[in-house]
Design a protein around this ligand. Sequence first.
Ligand code: NAD
Length: 497
Amino acid sequence: MTTTVKLLINGEFVESQTTEWRDIINPATQDVLARVPFATTDEVDRAVASAQAAFKTWRKTPIGARSRIFLKYQQLIREHMKELAAILTAEQGKTLADAEGDVFRGLEVVEHAAGIGNLQLGELANNVASGVDTYTLLQPLGVCAGITPFNFPAMIPLWMFPMAIATGNTFVLKPSEQDPMVTMRLCELALEAGIPPGVLNVVHGGPNVVNAICDHRDIKAVSFVGSTRVGTHVYHRASQAGKRVQCMMGAKNHAIVLPDANKEQTLNNLAGAAFGAAGQRCMAVSVAVLVGEAHDWLPDLVTKAKGLKVSAGHESGTDVGPLISCAALDRVGSLIERGVSEGATLSLDGRNPSISGYANGNFVGPTIFDGVTREMSIYKEEIFGPVLCVMHAATLDDAIELINANPNGNGVAIFTRSGAAARHFQEEIDVGQVGINVPIPVPVPIFSFTGSRASKLGDLGPYGKQVVQFYTQTKTVTERWFDENDVGTVNTTINLK
Ligand code: NAD
């Protein structure tokens, strides 16, 4: 019998009573790995109620006790790295090495959460008036919720619940219904590390569960990562219900290549960032803008892309795994067709690769379009597959203008040996995360994830210092202690005296 993914409510992994289930499918083989429930409204309510009850005590848990749980948790994740990566690869498809990277980038946030004592600090000003001090407290909000996408089933849940819980909140997580198994293993380890019952809860499902989270009166904040369409819906619906919301959404990330760049390093970086994880990264490079003579490098880029091995993620030497689902395969295939019919030149066609031993996998090999224009669907839409659009620009300023005119603002990169060009680029480019000879500039957690423009709704990003602000309410206390001998006078002004 197929195993079922459990809900996590009040510290117990419980079977859902729903009648609606979905298969979790290995995208390289189409084998059914398990079934995931679409939780009932009653189950969502119970998860929120358990988080609400746990908040009463968790919010008062001393910093050291919270911190030590995350110290233990990071150790457990390290010890289980191989096991976590194997689960992740089976349900998501990415290579084992990249799956370890997925877990590791989340692990870094857990390490950051262990340092909460240095992060959740208020401010104090002494003697703002005679004998009066003002200080701030960063207090937890209550029950917070997270909704996550399929493409980083370890890293993105770990962007959310560790920092929310470390700051004194309790949490309800709704993982992607496409690959929730590694997320659940991470939740088991979180309980083993000492997270008390009710502090972390998990409900599974689709739109109905997401809407229930957006509407729930006892949830104070919602963190969402996923597509622009769903994120925009979540932002409006949850904000309407009075919640604090942050949504990290879709992207179209450009890499500018100047002709003075180191050619070999640049092409290696481009190929890795465009085709790694089968292009299913929100920070994947999906557009290369070749400036001036850098255009002549295209044939060498095609050769590099052709040399990448497409196969199941657990096969050794694999560079490009399968797409997450048959639906994703159809979508990417139809966008490639549109690229051709709209007049782009297909320099490398990765459709229908023949993968020995994996005839049923959702594979698309590296695909490169040249001569792409701003009007084409392959430029306007996020393809989320191993498809690189190549465009040309006469000058760096033309390339900057192109990118600033694109609505998205998740990531951008430049390859050059010129400090002056790089400096000009970083100053003029209107994108939230900038790489200089770094193709995927996802910040480490001492900074925050800072996608911008259409790639983000809400002011504060995940992890780093910004997320401490997101998950807390600032309370400002103005305090005076009377000197018993000084009776003072009546003050009828607004001034502190
Ligand atoms: P998605 O938007 O389809 O799903 C995200 C979450 O929303 C899932 O938990 C899903 O169950 C839920 N959902 C799906 N449809 C819904 C609906 N109609 N109503 C309410 N909830 C719904 O995204 P995905 O396909 O899982 O992930 C890929 C997308 O995520 C890409 O667009 C990618 O760029 C984006 N992404 C962005 C970032 C970032 O940091 N900016 C990071 C990773 C992924």
